[in-house]
Write a protein that binds this ligand. Structure first.
Ligand code: HEC
Length: 115
């Protein structure tokens, strides 16, 4: 049996299987330019890095602390101004108009894989 693997230069170093939620989430992460502000390797950028991000506690400018879970990531993408992570400027745009529920679910699955 032969598999045709679509090879995109910017994602070729990752090992997700095309068509899986992880693969779609990774593609969205690049296509939506999340990677312009969020690194996946721990590098400090304009936004928090997503390396080991899932499950971590995050302090907000209002003093509240939340655990990063699916609900929190979803809200951060739809209403980025609701909570602002301490130490970061409130510059993230809302992706409500451009991302479907499924897109966001795929992004969350991808973010969970970043260790
Ligand atoms: C213009 C820069 C920028 C872009 C583009 C951007 N973000 Fe952000 N994002 C930020 C900044 C800065 C913060 C931290 C401040 C805040 O909480 O809003 C943040 C916070 C977040 C958080 C909450 C993280 C935490 O630790 O509290 C999530 C989740 C997130 N972004 C996901 C995304 C996703 C997914 C995309 C692409 C669809 C994206 N961001 C695109 C700048 C950006």
């Amino acid at each position: 049996m032969t598999f045709f693997i679509a090879c995109h230069p910017s994602i070729s170093k990752e090992k997700f299987t095309p068509g899986t939620p992880e693969f779609k989430g990774q593609k969205l992460f690049k296509d939506m330019a999340c990677d312009a502000c969020h690194s996946i390797d721990g590098t400090l950028n304009r936004g928090p890095t997503f390396k080991n991000h899932y499950g971590k506690e995050i302090l907000h400018t209002d003093g509240s602390v939340v655990i990063i879970d699916e609900k929190y990531i979803r809200e951060s993408i739809i209403f980025p101004r609701k909570f602002i992570a301490e130490g970061f400027p409130p510059i993230m745009p809302s992706y409500k108009p451009v991302l479907s529920d499924e897109d966001i679910a795929n992004l969350i699955i991808y973010i969970k894989t970043l260790k």
